[in-house]
Design a protein around this ligand. Sequence first.
Ligand SMILES: N[C@@H](CCC[C@H](N)C(=O)O)C(=O)O
Length: 292
Amino acid sequence: MATIHFTKGQGTGNDFVLYSDPEGRQPLTATQIAEICDRHFGVGADGVIRAVRSAHLPEGEAALAEDDGATWFMDYYNADGSPAEMCGNGIRVYVRYLLESGLAELPEGGTIAIGTRSGVRDVQRSTNGFQVDLGRWRLDGGEPLVRAKELAVARPGLGIDMGNPHVVVAVADDSELDAADLSYIPHIEPSPEHGANVEFVVPHEPLVVDGVGRIRMRVHERGSGETLSCGTGAAAAALAVRYWAGDGAPNQWRVEVPGGTVGVRMFATEDGEHVGLSGPAALVFTGTLDLA
Ligand SMILES: N[C@@H](CCC[C@H](N)C(=O)O)C(=O)O
């Protein structure tokens, strides 16, 4: 029977099972991933991250070819076993895992490039843990109508591509946000071809303090259900609220999620505007799994 040695990690309560498979010899099936992520019969997690060298994964070829060549690839899967392009909380936890396992080094002030299905992402240390350049973003998918159970009416969302798909929906106030039942997949009309992560947001009152925008968010993640946090979702939510707020809205945001707080920053680069995400990343425990 094959075994894997795993580490459980979390970033603002978005939790992952990580394991190391440098040569790409121990991929898991979707069924195995779903069993591991099951909170009653398995370890319990929002997703599984396999640490594999880019050289040993077909998707890794592009990651190695980019300028800053990413040695390590974040092979990310949702709790239902489906692969995802990117995970903003997961990549911070992944870097913590690489460093603490001795698989990679990150000198103070340095940057580590990580391959993902949405391209190479650069990660640095930050005062609150790690910060990642999530790259370019774009409006995508228009303004579909979204309805979560318990929300009185369907509301217009805003489709945002962060490398993975998001639809952001503004709700009226904190009580409406608290009442939304996100144990059901929110209904989106028209339905996005590849599904979407759906973020429900409420702006704080006042929205901006000391130049920093502040919002509260809950999320239903594609392939994982409601989670305590979603990093790419927090970035999409901040981008949507800035878009709705119009001229003069800040480029720096503090996003409160059920599992804590993350920072989002929009900044100009030679190839267009990028979004940065910062937040904590912790390793919680290790264990061994016997795979049937
Ligand atoms: N929790 C992640 C996003 C994980 C992938 C997502 N569920 C998808 O299918 O796109 C984050 O922190 O960004």
